[in-house]
Design a protein around this ligand. Structure first.
Ligand code: 9MR
Length: 660
């Protein structure tokens, strides 16, 4: 077949990562299959530290699990030089979902055409059944692709029978158009976590009418890729995790990139003190069938976290999003008693499996909403609330506390950071009422998703830092821990220096606020990099939200945060130079900017195996800064926005001039 162009990616250790897909295991049940079926040998069954026999991404070089069969392409006739092909297609073409499609292996390629357009985002599937996957084995997946017009597709390996759980799912933005263009090469290596002799390999081409053509499809077992060493690029030479006595820095980690990108994992282990699973603990993935828990992905992440000395947050237990169909669309609606039993069993299923291992759990997520008609805030209408009633929150917390009494339990939500904001005030009153009643709610998760709009407007998406300080203070008065749990700052396209400067200042200011507040113990960013961001697929007009770029290089916002930390002594949280009071959130302390080199050379920043801490933080009322830190809480170190942003812009422009 003809040559292909590789459209970028890091190409590290055989884990070239092509296509800036959103990653994110959607866990969708992709509809029924005309496949031959067959039960997976262990798909969906709980396992131990699944699939990390090779050390997972924590070893260098590494051997292989099952050397036999190397270089064996599991795809028969993936070059389509003959018309004989085991590939099948499927589209939902019921009356309600009138998708229709054709599939043809012609002219040396496999082309799928969606003729009618579907209703489901991933309506048309091109699949191969009966792929025998081995647990703990790395697989190389590559193919070339063209389309008649730009579109995003997904490819996956997954369970071949209901509930069709995705083992590994990646998005690819197709830019090679039209179908006669030079094909685009997609090339991945990933760690498979499950034994499954009947797994499927699928392309999900989406609901938009049009044609997508594939060629040179390879799915083959390969040796484990090498793990690159990581040295922090911070000017202080201290990674974020060195400051964990002040603020524990964490990041969300999504399963697809965790399984396929060793550099990503090196950065996370080298830089951060804790992780949150971005998706693997969502109910549709971890309890895809009622009463059947699939801990495989989370177990792998937990094993890796332990191996690298990272703390772990359980996220989330009770949420209305990413719920399985059996919960939200049962044949007969569940009664309140039945749903309470389901909620308790879900909490027990997760917390007992990981009991004593996670210091923090997001017990209830995003349970508050505004009534669109009245403008009044209250409980969100969800299956949990509407079936069980207002007390589902306290019932969840009480049950979670019984399941793991040592864990700190959090209520987690967005737009609740600023005192004076109607939702934030409603949630504060709710948490206070629960606390006053003795409900074991130890912490509040401020998600911290913020933004600058495409036209550069900041009034909606950039928070008032003083209002966040004031909010943290009133939680401190209650003895409640505040954790920034999902922070990111998305930028409305197009990217420019002004927006970047606002983003840099945002991250530094948020960190300063957390450093200064005695009860702000954690600061987690929602994803490491723009390579596997959740943002573009959710907010197509926005991107560039994270601390590392699509090549996993540190961005200026990373340096804005690390330069702020550099003002402090990592050992005791005191300001270097002995000055008392806050360091002032100037946004960019000292020199900044991208390093010339990636900072990925030299010795590894990995910590080895210190294990997980197991005990929760010491509580809100106790200072998080060891050694009698004299930082004054709650003083406002951020000057007027405009002045700071303009000053920062000046720094950026002068740096650019110097570079010229
Ligand atoms: O990062 C997650 C993304 O991959 C999922 O598609 C999305 C589905 O709702 O959930 C994202 O994570 C959410 C988190 O669990 C709760 N707060 C909002 C986050 C961003 O949507």
């Amino acid at each position: 077949m003809s040559g292909a162009s590789n459209n970028g990616g890091t190409g590290l250790g055989g884990a070239a990562n092509v296509g800036a897909g959103a990653g994110g295991q959607s866990g969708m049940s992709a509809g029924g299959m005309p496949a031959s079926g067959g039960e997976p040998s262990s798909g969906g069954a709980p396992t131990g530290a699944a699939g990390m026999a090779n050390g997972g991404a924590g070893t260098s070089g590494g051997g292989t699990a099952g050397a036999a069969g190397m270089s064996t392409n599991l795809v028969t006739n993936g070059t389509f030089e003959t018309t004989s092909s085991p590939w099948w297609s499927y589209a939902n073409n019921t009356t309600d979902y009138p998708a229709d499609q054709t599939l043809a292996a012609t002219n040396g390629q496999l082309c799928a055409t969606m003729t009618a357009g579907g209703q489901n985002v991933w309506d048309e599937i091109v699949g191969l059944s009966g792929v025998a996957l081995t647990k703990g084995q790395y697989y190389h997946i590559s193919f070339t692709v063209t389309a008649d017009a730009p579109r995003t597709i997904k490819f996956k390996t997954g369970l071949g029978v209901a509930p069709y759980t995705d083992y590994f799912l990646e998005s690819v933005a197709i830019t090679a158009t039209p179908t006669t263009a030079t094909p685009q090469l997609v090339d991945y290596t990933y760690l498979n976590l499950r034994d499954d002799p009947m797994a499927q390999f699928q392309f999900q081409i989406g609901k938009t009418a049009g044609t997508v053509c594939f060629d040179d499809i390879v799915l083959e077992p390969v040796p484990a890729p090498a793990t690159p060493a990581y040295t922090t690029p911070a000017h202080s030479h201290h990674p974020f995790k060195d400051y964990k006595g002040m603020v524990k820095m964490g990041t969300a980690v999504d399963t697809p990139i965790f399984l396929s990108n060793p550099l990503h994992n090196s950065i996370v282990a080298g830089e951060f003190a804790m992780i949150t699973p971005a998706n693997s603990m969502k109910m549709n993935l971890i309890q895809p069938t009622q009463g059947v828990f699939d801990y495989t992905d989370t177990d792998a992440l937990v094993a890796w976290a332990k191996q690298n000395g990272l703390e772990f947050r359980g996220h989330p237990l009770v949420w209305h999003t990413q719920t399985p169909a059996w919960l939200t669309a049962p044949d007969t609606p569940f009664t309140a008693d039945q749903l309470l039993d389901i909620m308790y069993k879900h909490i027990d299923g997760l917390m007992s499996h990981y009991v004593g291992q996670f210091p923090y759990w997001d017990v209830v997520n995003e349970a508050v909403d505004v009534n669109k008609d009245t403008g009044v805030w209250g409980y969100r209408s969800t299956v949990w609330h509407d079936t069980i009633g207002d007390d589902f929150i306290e019932l969840a917390f009480n049950h979670a506390h019984a399941a793991d009494p040592a864990a700190e339990l959090l209520y987690n939500d967005y737009n609740i950071e600023q005192k004076g904001n109607a939702k934030a005030d409603y949630v504060f009153d709710m948490v206070k009422a629960l606390h006053d009643k003795g409900v074991p709610i130890g912490g509040i998760g401020f998600q911290g998703h913020y933004f600058i709009e495409p036209d550069g407007t900041t009034s909606n998406g950039v928070p008032d830092m003083q209002a966040i300080r004031d909010n943290m203070a009133r939680y401190n008065d209650l003895g409640i821990d505040v954790q920034i749990t999902e922070c990111d700052f998305r930028i409305g396209k197009p990217l420019d220096d002004m927006k970047t400067a606002v983003q840099n200042k945002f991250y530094a200011d948020m960190l300063q606020v957390c450093i200064d507040a005695p009860n702000c113990s954690h600061f987690t960013v929602w994803g490491l990099s723009d390579l596997d961001s959740w943002v573009p697929s959710t907010f197509p007009e926005y991107d560039f939200a994270h601390l590392f770029d699509t090549h996993l290089m540190p961005k200026d916002d990373y340096f804005a945060m690390s330069d702020l930390f550099a003002k402090y002594n990592p050992d005791d949280g005191t300001l270097i130079g002995g000055t008392t009071g806050t360091a002032g959130a100037t946004g960019m302390a000292g020199t900044s900017g991208m390093m010339g080199s990636s900072g990925m050379t030299g010795s590894s920043g990995m910590t080895g195996s210190s294990g997980m801490t197991g005990s929760p933080s010491s509580g809100a009322s106790e200072s998080k800064k060891s050694g009698g830190c004299s930082v004054t809480p709650r003083s406002n170190g951020s000057g007027p926005w405009l002045v700071s942003v303009l000053a920062l812009l000046g720094v950026l422009l002068s740096r650019r001039r110097r570079a010229d």
